[in-house]
Ligand binder design. Structure first.
Ligand SMILES: Nc1ncnc2c1ncn2[C@@H]1O[C@H](COP(=O)(O)OP(=O)(O)O)[C@@H](O)[C@H]1O
Ligand SMILES: [Mg+2]
Length: 265
């Protein structure tokens, strides 16, 4: 497997028409055109601070791409570009966050870029309250498949959230993205798997109840869990029951996603 430290710096930037889609603490994601094809790029802003986490994300996403799971974002290539060369291109120079790299105290001249398939649609955070029951059930199924695949590959995602899933309204497919917090683990019984399942249950809770996703921001985790479970008690649809089972994963002695999946789909 490639070590990103061994990449050589490139000065020919193959992209045009960069349009920002999302920005997190360490990266900007945008849509670009490369050789006539539309792709997404994840551009890491501070390799001086985040190099080891970029390497971890690369390792996990590469491993997950070996098996062609359609509910996990497709990874294409990784590159290291020269910042000055990138800023020669107007669409990058005009992006404030990218341009600001010029003036950070410890000047960074490398820009790491992951090329990904461009997913049409929106992340779930942007429109989950408007989804139909049918769409919700299919999103839940797709996310369960994606997380089963991660765990089968001995990878925990560690950041399952509404923002890290993209739903395409046209084909009804949901894809899990953002392996920036993920890690490979050795033993199959780690409680980190259960934490992923709990976070999935939390996403399912927001989807099924259409509750405001900021509602628990000041809550302790046990308070949050009690509140979600009591809200779900009054509902006996399959989606609500699935949300409940995932939320209870943390306290159940053995929680198997494959079994959960088989019981619901
Ligand atoms: N391959 C992609 N295709 C389309 N949109 C994407 C893609 N990857 C990410 N996004 C969008 O960009 C946002 C940020 O991407 P993400 O990988 O989660 O970055 P961060 O690590 O900064 O959270 C996502 O919430 C999603 O809306
Ligand atoms: Mg994210």
């Amino acid at each position: 497997m490639t070590d990103i430290l061994s990449l050589s710096k490139e000065v020919d930037i193959p992209y045009s028409d960069f349009e920002e889609i999302g920005k997190g603490a360490s990266a900007i994601v945008g849509k670009v055109s490369k050789n006539g094809e539309t792709i997404a790029i994840k551009l890491f802003l501070r390799p001086d601070l985040y190099l080891s986490s970029i390497q971890k994300e690369f390792t996990c996403i590469s491993k997950l791409n070996q098996n062609n799971c359609t509910n996990i974002v497709k990874f294409k290539e990784v590159h290291k570009f020269d910042l000055e060369a990138m800023l020669q291109i107007p669409c990058f120079r005009n992006n404030q966050n990218i341009y600001a790299l010029k003036s950070i105290p410890r000047h960074v001249s490398d820009v790491y870029v992951f090329e990904l398939e461009y997913l049409r649609g929106e992340n779930l955070e942007d429109g989950y309250k408007q989804l139909s029951d049918y769409q919700i059930s299919s999103i839940m199924k797709d996310l369960l498949i994606a997380l089963m695949e991660c765990h089968r590959c001995l990878i925990v995602h560690n950041d399952i959230s509404l923002a890290n899933a993209v739903f395409n309204n046209q084909n009804g497919k949901t894809v899990l993205i953002d392996f920036g917090c993920s890690q490979e683990i050795n033993e199959s019984s780690s409680c980190l798997y259960k934490c992923d399942i709990y976070s999935l249950g939390r996403v399912f809770y927001f989807l099924t109840t259409r509750s405001d996703d900021m509602k628990f921001q000041d809550c302790q985790i046990d308070e949050e869990l009690t509140s979600m479970l009591s809200h779900l008690t009054s509902c006996n649809t399959a989606s609500c029951r699935l949300a409940k089972i995932c939320l209870m994963a943390k306290s159940s002695p053995n929680c198997d996603l494959k079994e959960i999946y088989a019981n619901f789909f």
